[in-house]
Design a protein around this ligand. Structure first.
Ligand code: NAD
Length: 321
């Protein structure tokens, strides 16, 4: 469906930058809005020469004005890693509430379809496993992660209200842990942390005993799922994530194997409200979007490690045999 004019809020972040790249490759025009709170202009620098790409620095909680027609609003602006939203609790709540309200208002003014980037965190520390979209979740609103989880739950409610009371064409995608190039090495999430530690030949810090599980999806698969929903007509919510569940300890061991580091594993305290298990039920994505993740874990990890080696860290001088 070429030739759409698409606004991406948070477009200079990890997921947003990959979305902008793929949209341009598919022949769309992209307006990227970002205040660089947790993203960086460098993530989209390579897109700047493209005449179909515009980058505007703005805080979408202040105002959101886009001249000209808009066909689609992809609302991705929000701190997303625990280290960021614990450091930026008010900004996280504001962008989930006021930022989402402004983004919905923009879609309404322009007669555009609106897609909310929600998260598996709306399921909290789940008591149902794997998590289908019908599950209401198990969230502690007063816990440290509440600022993110509740911001996204509110954003889902607001999006739904615009759909039902304003007849806005909306969609909600619940994204599960995604990894790949352009994650920040210091963003606190397990995979970039392990890769950074492995490349620095420091111990890999595994929280708890490492038996807690994560299902991680390579970024190109997540982007593909998001865009299938965005360019379709389903409202969702739809889970997008890789059902291939693995323990945090095995993730650390795989990073050690792929980087060929001599780093050891060090067990540290688990953060408060850290979910014990997380795995998407992707039945709906398969049925409605004909979507399934394509990138195998070791391939995705290898690509991510390569990016970290070249973009972030000098290669290990003498990898052990
Ligand atoms: P990110 O921090 O890399 O990107 C978020 C972007 O939003 C950043 O560039 C940041 O500067 C921008 N931003 C934040 N507040 C803003 C504001 N008020 N105005 C304008 N821009 C603002 O995070 P990410 O991992 O790319 O996540 C993007 C979205 O996807 C988030 O909404 C997140 O909740 C959702 N998500 C991500 C994951 C994941 O695994 N990465 C999983 C679930 C959901």
């Amino acid at each position: 469906m070429p030739g759409k004019r698409v606004v991406v809020t948070g477009g200079a972040g990890f997921l947003g930058s990959h979305l902008c790249e793929r949209l341009l490759a598919d022949g769309h025009r992209v307006i990227c809005l970002d205040n660089f709170l947790t993203g960086v202009p460098a993530n989209v620098e390579h897109l700047m020469p493209n005449p179909d790409f515009t980058l505007t620095r703005c805080d979408i909680t202040d105002f959101l004005h886009v001249p000209g027609p808009v066909d689609l609003v992809l609302h991705f602006a929000s701190p997303a890693s625990p280290i960021d939203y614990l450091r930026l609790p008010i900004q996280t709540l504001k962008v989930g509430a006021i930022g989402t309200w402004h983004a919905l208002g923009l879609a309404k003014d322009k007669g555009a379809r609106f897609l909310l980037a929600s998260t598996s965190e709306v399921y909290g520390d789940p008591q149902v496993h794997p998590q289908p979209e019908e599950y209401w979740g198990h969230v502690n609103p007063l816990g440290p992660r509440g600022v993110y989880d509740e911001a996204k739950r509110y954003a889902e409610a607001l999006t739904t209200a615009y759909r039902t009371s304003e007849s806005l064409d909306t969609a909600i995608v619940r994204i599960f842990n995604t990894y790949g190039p352009r994650m920040r090495p210091e963003d606190g999430r397990a995979i970039p942390t392990f890769i950074r530690q492995a490349l620095a030949v420091s111990p890999l810090t595994v929280a708890g005993d490492g038996t807690q599980t994560r299902s991680v999806c390579y970024v190109s698969d997540t982007v593909d799922g998001v865009l299938r929903l965005a360019f379709g007509d389903h409202a969702g919510p739809v889970n997008i994530g890789n059902p291939d569940e693995r323990s945090v300890l095995t993730i650390a061991q795989d990073v050690i194997a792929i980087t060929r580091t001599t780093s050891s594993i060090e067990f540290v305290d688990r953060p408060v409200d850290d979910p014990a298990v997380r795995r998407p039920d992707t039945t709906r994505a398969r049925k409605l979007l004909d979507w399934e993740p394509q990138v195998e874990w070791h391939d995705g990890l290898r690509k991510t490690v390569e990016w970290f080696r070249h973009a972030v860290h000098e290669p290990l001088s003498a990898p052990p045999g």
